[in-house]
Design a protein around this ligand. Structure first.
Ligand code: GAL
Length: 668
């Protein structure tokens, strides 16, 4: 296990962009940071234009002075390579760096991440500034972490320019070896799309004739786009590593997915994993969205803590209505991440901008200044995180339930025409997580790249995993074979890794495991509500299922498949393989998962009233419970030890106030 500590306890702070402010504001910032207990600042995310105002003329005076000052103040720095923001002079001189859309239009300057990863001109300039920075600060004592670029893929996920096309062709030649293998995989015999040579392949640009894009081409272009961005990140990392022993990260944006790049394949390339997570103010389930993101984040590397690199202390500026967090939400959100393995909580950004691109985005210090609810909550949070600091370095106790996810599968679902055009399949996994979360059951979200590590799980859920390779299918069969349980929902295992449908009855690679045969997909009309014979309800999706070697658990009562099986179970020794062929509503999905989990005794780590989310983290220093009460009444938590936020000893039971948080060091 690798552990890198970027702060002495839990890290607390945020992005700091002081080039926006005169010196006296920076002086005040340092005082306020001391008051709030800031331990860590991310510097320089967008500072290239400040470091190098004109080509080849560098100015690091400000950064030199700031680093020394922060070091003297005991604040550690996460220093960014500034490649998220190529300077205007560079884009003026080399507009070919800017990405091209699928309709062939080149982006203009004025945004950020305005670069194509396949551009050699870009690569040269980017690595040059990284080299200058890493050489200058590689051994500066203030620096505790390197932050490569920013949310890579967030603005430049795909570029359709000629350089990208050439790189894509090289990538394809590497992947397929022969163009015939590519033709077979993409099914180009149809519509006369056969390629005689790799040289004829283009990115999936807008075609002037009818068509929605070949799904094989579109998926491979997404894979390529992730790989070419990763190649850039690796190149920056290698430059940094030549000059510095300090660990490197790059901030992910892990949500319900599918993501802009394939984080499961990126994760092994970094020393520390970090995530940006913003709640959607209008989402009534936002606490669970946060838990899902954090569980998903931890699943990328379960044996080491991660870092919350960005979240908002108040409102963001990019949602349709930007409401601030409700009172107390900042604390619950912060500890929501800590509970699930974060070793720090950092914000975007320290002080809210008064001008520029993010003028109305909150900061830890809002426009109103320190005399504000947000800043008061920020200061209180700093104290709480300091009080809970000893939890840093511990690992979240493994769950008994795993949920499989895969970005490639999500991309495959979005590539090309489908039996239903408006079904966001990723929501099924999020809803399955929510069903378990709302019952206090913890879930490890496991990417399919780690599917060989399913040994310890009693229940494995597969929700809408449209693309599935043999390796995953074998691992699932292994779970059932050793007496575990598997629950598979609709639209899983439909295509293989080459994005070709597996024939002979859906769901191809899982048919034998589930003991079923599906011959027809039957999407429901948008307003069609189907009732099953036990009262459960389904919408959007149904299938004609035959149970060859499985028990029918529930049948359709109404709708186009009345009387047909809807949910089945195959018993194999002590193992069970469940199939849910319809898109159940939330309550029915939760009931179905209850059914599949019956007798397993899944429960929170310690008894707690409903509505309290409890997670245990353990390490050499002890065992800790983080409990968050999402309800509106005081709740009971049956646990004894030392409550760290209040500094009180608890005999064997305590209360968690409505909307409150408890962090308990359990009695040894
Ligand atoms: C993130 C980004 C930050 C800031 C933030 C605002 O996507 O990394 O720099 O723009 O959004 O919410």
């Amino acid at each position: 296990m690798v552990t890198h500590r970027i702060a002495d306890g839990l890290a607390f702070g945020g992005d700091y962009n002081p080039e926006q402010w005169p010196a006296k504001v920076v002086d005040e910032d340092l005082e306020l940071m001391a008051l709030a207990g800031v331990t860590t600042l991310t510097l320089g995310v967008f500072s290239w234009g400040t470091y190098e105002p004109t080509e080849g003329r560098y100015d690091f005076d400000r950064l030199d002075a700031l680093l020394d000052r922060l070091h003297a103040a005991g604040i550690g720095v996460d220093l960014a390579t500034p490649t998220a923001a190529p300077p205007v002079w560079l884009l003026q001189k080399h507009p070919e760096i800017l990405p091209v859309t699928r309709t062939g239009q080149r982006y203009a300057q004025g945004g950020r991440l305005g670069w194509c990863a396949a551009s050699p001109v870009w690569r040269e300039h980017a690595l040059r500034i990284v080299e200058v920075l890493a050489r200058r600060y590689g051994s500066h004592q203030a620096i505790r972490l390197w932050h490569l670029s920013n949310e890579v893929g967030g603005g430049n996920r795909r570029c359709y320019c000629d350089e990208s096309a050439a790189a894509f062709r090289r990538w394809l030649a590497d992947r397929y070896g022969t163009v015939d293998a590519l033709n077979l995989s993409w099914g180009t015999a149809f519509w006369g799309h056969r390629y005689a040579t790799f040289e004829h392949v283009l990115p999936p640009r807008d075609s002037e004739t009818i068509g929605q894009g070949n799904p094989g081409l579109v998926l491979d272009f997404d894979r390529f786009s992730s790989d070419v961005l990763l190649e850039h990140v690796r190149a920056e990392r290698d430059v940094v590593r030549r000059h510095s022993d300090v660990p490197v990260t790059t901030n992910f944006m892990v949500g319900a997915g599918p993501h802009v790049v394939d984080y499961a394949r990126w994760a092994p390339e970094l020393d520390v994993l970090s995530n940006d997570h913003y709640v959607h103010a209008a989402d009534p389930h936002r606490a669970q969205d946060l838990a899902f993101s954090a569980d998903r984040m931890r699943g990328l590397r379960p044996d080491q803590p991660w870092l919350l690199m960005e979240t908002a202390a108040g409102a963001v500026s990019w949602q349709p209505r930007n409401r601030p967090l409700t009172p107390g939400e900042l604390r619950r959100n912060a500890f929501g991440h800590v509970a699930r393995g974060a070793d720090g909580v950092l914000f975007f950004q320290w002080r809210a901008s008064v001008a520029g691109a993010e003028q109305f985005h909150s900061g830890m210090v809002p426009h109103a200044g320190p005399r504000s609810r947000t800043f008061r909550e920020v200061v209180a949070l700093g104290a709480d995180l300091a009080a809970a600091g000893e939890i840093a370095g511990t690992i979240v106790e493994p769950a008994r339930v795993a949920l499989l996810v895969d970005d490639e599968s999500g991309w495959a679902w979005e590539a090309g025409p489908k039996p239903v055009g408006d079904l966001p399949l990723a929501n099924v996994a999020r809803r399955a997580h929510r069903a378990l979360w709302s019952r206090g059951v913890r879930v490890d979200v496991v990417p399919t790249t780690l599917v060989d590590a399913l040994d310890g799980y009693d229940l494995v859920a597969v929700a809408g995993l449209y693309l599935m390779g043999e390796r995953t299918a074998r691992a699932l069969a292994g779970v059932v074979g050793r007496g575990g349980r598997v629950v598979v929902t609709h639209l899983s295992g439909i295509v293989d890794e080459t994005n070709r449908v597996v024939t002979g009855g859906y769901p191809g690679v899982l048919r034998d495991l589930l003991g079923i045969h599906v011959d027809e997909m039957v999407p429901l009309w948008p307003d069609e509500d189907v009732v099953l014979d036990n009262g459960w309800r389904a919408r959007d999706w149904a299938e004609r299922v035959e149970a060859d070697d499985a028990t029918v658990v529930v049948r359709h009562r109404t709708g186009p498949l009345a009387g047909e099986p809807a949910v089945t179970r195959r018993d194999a020794g002590d193992g069970q393989a469940w199939y849910v062929s319809v898109d159940l509503d939330d309550a029915s999905l939760a009931a179905a998962l209850d059914g599949a989990a019956e007798g397993l005794g899944l429960a929170p780590p310690v008894p707690a009233d409903p509505g309290v989310d409890v997670v245990r983290r353990t390490g050499p220093q002890g065992s800790y419970l983080v409990a968050i009460n999402h309800g509106e009444t005081t709740a009971r938590l049956v646990a004894g030890g030392r409550e760290l936020l209040t500094g009180t000893d608890v005999e064997d039971e305590c209360t968690v106030p409505a909307g409150g948080v408890v962090v308990m060091r359990e009695r040894a």
